[in-house]
Design a protein around this ligand. Structure first.
Ligand SMILES: Cc1cc2nc3c(=O)[nH]c(=O)nc-3n(C[C@H](O)[C@H](O)[C@H](O)COP(=O)(O)OP(=O)(O)OC[C@H]3O[C@@H](n4cnc5c(N)ncnc54)[C@H](O)[C@@H]3O)c2cc1C
Length: 434
């Protein structure tokens, strides 16, 4: 298929959907997605979404974000994210998203490294609630088309100007989609790791393409490990035990059933402590107990976690569960400015694949959905206000390059992992110099 469209969005997670909804209806938008429309990490989000509760909360929200990020965050990005958060929550509510309320007021939960409860949530399925409602709105828009099982394998570009996407469909046919703008909203890279909470098809493809096309990357070795995922010997995605479970009273035990750590440390520090304990215990996991939260509370507040653990053979209202760290989030990515522009003209990146250094070296819990939505909306505003028609004559694309897709997948994976290793060495060198 050869097709010309105004804008192509790669990915149907929260960032891609919110971007499309924020564009004017006179722009024809094509969204492509690697598997099914709801198979995104956004859909899996359990804990919630942070919001600034009022001016009095600003400095502690700012400080919590910077402290968790080891003060490597870009302060302007953090400021924009925090200041825009109330507007984003209003937008979500207007689009039909429901957050938990108590006595008519919003209920807030707390997660690791937050000094205050400032996280809005919907049971333990906040991501499903947000993504599901955004998707329902997208389906009403006549200017937006979604193609499932359509995988971006390259960008169409020349002289550092992007003019479309090369994509492979479920039958292996190569499609050339030309456009004025391309928005990369393709999520993280957990699928490259054996043990990750991410969907297996999220393999950071856009990073490999960026390397090939010499698009600037940032902090590519900054990969977050989540301290508590349900231990399992089965292959596949690791099931997350949300930080809000610890925020609401769950505790960690070593093999002698003794507490060994402050459960609300930032993710990277808690992961280190758990790994040390696992080594001492000569075990592949530590224990997590939710029992003190009470049976009814567990079932209503965390129905998804309760049900999943039950299916895996654990009744969390009565017994401990084995937990272990796993890859979870990517703080680095394609370098962008505050409007989500990349170093290539007419190419933007939003959500987890982008990096404006808002998370620094370690993301604060529940800042990710927020960041995805804030900077997706800014990209939409910037493009709408500065819209320029792109290249009319498509640069030559050699489709033979994509004949052996299995080999291409391997090459892309190797190039990303090699770049991560290279970037770690540069990091070490810079720290040694300092
Ligand atoms: C289990 C879990 C729980 C989480 N809980 C929270 C939480 O409580 N709060 C919070 O703030 N954050 C949470 N996060 C993180 C957060 O959900 C994600 O960082 C965020 O939603 C990313 O959104 P996104 O739009 O960038 O990417 P995603 O939602 O991952 O979407 C990526 C999209 O890109 C598509 N795609 C990828 N590659 C290609 C390709 N080559 N071609 C075409 N399409 C492609 C995918 O199919 C998918 O549609 C959680 C993450 C996980 C995994």
């Amino acid at each position: 298929m050869n097709k010309r469209i105004d804008i192509i969005v790669v990915g149907t997670g929260a960032s891609g959907l919110f971007y499309a909804l924020n564009m004017p209806a006179n722009k024809q938008i094509l969204m492509i997605t690697k598997t099914t429309v709801d198979a995104s990490d956004s859909y899996l989000a359990q804990g919630g979404i942070c919001v600034l509760k009022g001016e009095a909360d600003y400095s502690s929200f700012f400080e919590d974000t910077l402290k968790a990020g080891h003060y490597e965050n870009d302060k302007a990005s953090v400021d924009v994210m925090i200041r825009t958060s109330p507007e984003i929550i209003e937008d979500l509510i207007a689009l039909g998203v429901e957050f938990e309320k108590k006595n008519g007021e919003f209920a807030f939960t707390k997660e690791g490294a937050h000094s205050k409860a400032r996280i809005l949530y919907h049971e333990d399925m906040t991501g499903k609630e947000i993504t599901g409602k955004l998707l329902a709105q997208i389906k009403k828009r006549k200017n937006i088309t979604i193609l499932e099982e359509m995988t971006m394998v390259d960008l169409i570009c020349e002289d550092n100007m992007c003019s479309g996407v090369v994509a492979c469909d479920r039958k292996g046919y190569i499609n050339l989609f030309e456009s004025d703008y391309v928005i990369l909203a393709s999520g993280g890279l957990g699928g490259l790791f054996d043990s990750s909470t991410n969907f297996r098809h999220l393999t950071g493809d856009a990073l490999a393409i960026a390397l090939k096309r010499k698009i600037e990357l940032e902090n590519i070795s900054y990969i977050q490990i989540h301290p508590t995922t349900l231990y399992s010997q089965k292959p596949g995605r690791r099931f997350l035990i949300s930080e809000s479970v610890r925020g609401e009273g769950a505790v960690l035990y070593n093999r002698r059933m003794e507490r060994f750590v402050d459960e609300l440390l930032p993710r990277d520090l808690l992961t280190m402590a758990i790994r040390e304990q696992m080594e001492k215990d000569e075990s592949d996991f530590v224990w997590l107990s939710m029992k003190a939260m009470g049976s009814e509370n567990i079932k209503t507040r965390f129905p998804n976690i309760y049900q999943h653990c039950l299916e895996e053979g654990y009744d969390v209202t009565k017994e401990c569960i084995p937990v272990t760290p796993a890859q979870h989030y990517f703080m680095g990515g394609i370098k962008v400015d505050l409007d989500s522009k990349t170093s290539m003209k007419h190419l933007y990146a939003i959500g987890e694949i982008s990096c404006n250094r808002v998370h620094g070296a370690n993301r604060l819990a529940s800042n990710s959905l927020l960041e995805s939505l804030v900077f997706a909306k800014r990209a939409a505003t910037h493009i709408s206000q500065n819209y320029e028609t792109g290249k009319q004559n498509k640069p030559y694309v050699n489709t033979n390059e994509f004949k052996d897709l299995e080999q291409l997948k391997k090459d892309y994976k190797e190039s990303i992992l090699a770049e991560i290793e290279r970037s770690k060495v540069v990091e070490l060198f810079n720290h040694t110099k300092a």
